[in-house]
Write a protein that binds this ligand. Structure first.
Ligand code: PXP
Length: 246
């Protein structure tokens, strides 16, 4: 099986910085540390309300990083202009609601197919790999393929929530759905990524899906880094991913 890439999401370093204002802790420093510790990519979500990552963080990440930046953004004209200015390796289109604490569901691609096809075309022409963050739902996957996305990222949140609620029957249903849909998406020529809410307890079954090429993990890793440091927190995640893959 191919090696699974680990993308480290550094948004919540910025959450802590912004809780006080000022410059520390610096998410760009965290990204550099993650890169040195073997991250295959860095993920950052510039939200419309700038609650964590700021525009200047994206400027600095684009200047400093050697590994690819996966730029998460809502499908708005403002974000499209920012992405076209920076031309990151990948853009991941996510749904965004101001009142949510985190990205709660996948993007509704099927209902917005024409608009999204027009939206992503210039991003693709600029050389960005376009990824669409969706639930493991056949309709959404087919729509993502039709609009010309190269990648889908499966939303693992429902699976992780069911696990932490102790509802193992629901967790296993979610897992099975993701397994089937990653195979299906791959059969349509889409590259499959996954992420949201993954922890040491939940990562292995998802990492074991042969079609999944990349996991994007943030909140848990940044939290764990408080206790053991980011390189060590990442090394344990990497070990579990490799174990699941072997
Ligand atoms: N992938 C996507 C598309 C996301 O929106 C997020 C959260 O910003 C993540 C992965 C990482 O999720 P978490 O921070 O829960 O690990």
């Amino acid at each position: 099986m191919s090696k699974l890439r680990l993308g480290v999401n550094i948004d919540h370093v910025a959450t802590v910085r912004n809780a006080r204002g000022g410059n520390t802790p610096d998410p760009v420093r965290a990204a550099m540390l993650a890169e040195q510790a073997g991250a295959d990519g860095i993920t950052a979500h510039l939200r419309e309300d700038r609650r964590h990552i700021a525009d200047a963080d994206i400027d600095a990440l684009m200047d400093a990083l050697k590994v690819p930046l996966n730029f998460e953004m809502a499908a708005t004209p403002e974000m499209q202009a920012i992405a076209l200015r920076h031309k990151p390796h990948a853009v991941c289109i996510v749904p965004e609601k101001r009142e949510e604490r985190t990205t709660e569901g996948g993007l509704e691609v099927a209902r917005e197919e024409n608009a999204l096809a027009h939206y992503i075309a210039p991003l693709r022409e600029a050389g960005c790999r376009v990824s669409i963050f969706i639930a493991a739902d056949q309709r959404q996957i087919e729509a993502a393929a039709r609009i010309g996305a190269q990648v889908i990222e499966l939303h693992t949140g429902a699976y992780c929530d069911a696990h932490s609620d102790g509802d193992f029957a629901a967790r296993d249903v979610e897992l099975e759905r993701m397994r089937e849909m990653s195979t299906y998406a791959h059969s349509l020529g889409l590259e499959v990524h996954a992420g949201h809410g993954l922890t040491y307890d939940t990562v292995k079954p998802v990492a074991a899906f042969p079609e999944v090429m990349e996991l994007n993990i943030g909140h848990f890793l940044i939290g764990e880094a408080i206790f053991r440091g980011l390189p060590d927190a990442m090394a344990e995640m990497r070990r579990l991913m490799d174990e699941a893959r072997s």
